[in-house]
Design a protein around this ligand. Sequence first.
Ligand SMILES: [Zn+2]
Length: 86
Amino acid sequence: MADFTRHELHPRGRIDHTLPPCSWDYLDPGGKDWLDNLALATCGNGHTCRIVSRVHTIAADGTLRPSYVCPYCSYHTTVRFVGWHQ
Ligand SMILES: [Zn+2]
């Protein structure tokens, strides 16, 4: 289990932003395909990608299901988005 901390982007996160390793932020609801966007997150090796509702759900305590699999490297773990509330 890895705890990802929130890294607030200003303005709110867009899909072309990058975040520090093991962090997350909400995505701009006005962005493209926003209905599918849950969050933006970065793996332990610094790759930022979108978390989308077609693949994941995020529990009330921030636990991501299924586990986080980075599309760019071998990072694969159960992740909790600390501070998540939706
Ligand atoms: Zn990665």
